[in-house]
Design a protein around this ligand. Structure first.
Ligand SMILES: [Zn+2]
Length: 171
């Protein structure tokens, strides 16, 4: 590992520490040439296996670009998307697999996206899970409603309230 100060290739490790529950190692190094210290991190590369069989490193940027389209016109900012990509990576790393099928990356996106924005979630899910009939959408929306409504509340009342709130806008 080249010293970032003097570009020497010689350094020695003075400290090693695990981080992220052992998923990575952070090393403190001292350059044997100039004596300055710097830090390196080591993590296993998370590989994504595409349908074609080609393997490529997991990329948060790709998650963001994949989801951005579904979020068009929705109140979702770049920070939200960055956080979502981080959550997706955490989910995939926690699965303990070294190679993740591309399909599973999409599935890992669904949960955090649903938390973020239900409309964006429906758009993304419609492509991802190949909704091709109106019934597919209705079933998914019914599921969202069922899970979103507090127990014991009349669905009609909740919907009416939501409509009133969005109708008046901010006051
Ligand atoms: Zn140096």
């Amino acid at each position: 590992m080249r010293c970032p100060f003097c570009k020497s290739d010689e350094s020695r490790v003075v400290d090693s520490r695990a981080f992220d529950d052992g998923l990575g190692i952070r090393r403190r190094r001292e350059c044997t040439e100039c004596g300055r210290r710097f830090t390196t991190t080591e993590t296993s590369v998370l590989d994504v296996v595409k349908r074609s069989g080609v393997t490529e490193p997991f990329s948060r940027a790709k998650v963001v670009s994949g989801v951005r389209k579904a979020c068009q016109g929705r109140p979702v900012g770049d920070d939200d998307l960055a956080l979502l990509a981080q959550q997706v990576e955490d989910i995939l790393r926690a699965s303990g697999q070294a190679e993740i099928p591309a399909m599973e990356v999409g599935l890992a996106i669904l949960g955090p996206l649903r938390e973020l924005d239900e409309v964006a979630y429906l758009r993304f899910a419609s492509v991802y899970r190949s909704f091709d009939t109106l019934e597919d959408f209705e079933a998914e929306i019914a599921l969202l409603r069922a899970e979103g409504d507090p127990i014991g509340q009349e669905p009609d009342v909740a919907q009416g309230a939501a409509r009133r709130t969005s109708g008046t806008g901010t006051t």
